[in-house]
Design a protein around this ligand. Structure first.
Ligand code: CMP
Length: 136
């Protein structure tokens, strides 16, 4: 079984579509191991997106991710990382396929409704960023 981390981002929470997104995740066969609604601190967002710190969009991304509450969800499934990335669609909603979460709910490349882990290794690390093993 693989793990992957979903973050329902502030744009989607503001639009009140978190329930619809969670239902899509469940309908796709994922098990929810843990779920938290929280308002990220600047430090948490900076640390979570540290791999992007040299990118021109880093500061804006941190500001956006701290602009309102998010929902973090630890997910488990066979092939979770690939299957979840397929479910959410391309980073840029303009390139996302019909029926994907980002096609349905994202505003832009930055305000793209959800985060997903990009590898099996990062899936484990990112779930651990928000959840202690004893909570799952
Ligand atoms: P996410 O899956 O959370 O991983 C990194 C995030 O950076 C990504 O989703 C987007 O929100 C953001 N991002 C990636 N590329 C760009 C870009 N070119 N411009 C603005 N934001 C971006």
């Amino acid at each position: 079984m693989e793990r992957t981390l979903c973050i329902i981002k502030p744009d989607a929470v503001k639009k009140k579509v978190q329930g619809s997104i969670i239902q899509m995740i469940l309908d796709a066969g994922f098990k929810i191991l843990g779920m938290k609604m929280l308002h990220l601190s600047k430090k948490q967002a900076q640390k979570f997106y540290e791999v992007h710190k040299e990118r021109p969009f880093y500061n804006d991304l941190v500001d956006f991710m701290t602009s309102g509450p998010v929902v973090t969800i630890a997910l488990e499934k066979d092939n979770a990382v690939t299957d979840y990335r397929y479910l959410i669609g391309a980073t840029d909603p303009a390139e996302a396929k019909e029926g994907t979460v980002r096609k349905m709910f994202a505003n832009s490349k930055q305000e793209n409704a959800v985060h997903g882990s990009d590898s099996v290794e990062n899936g484990k690390i990112e779930v651990g960023f928000f959840f202690a093993e004893s909570e799952l």
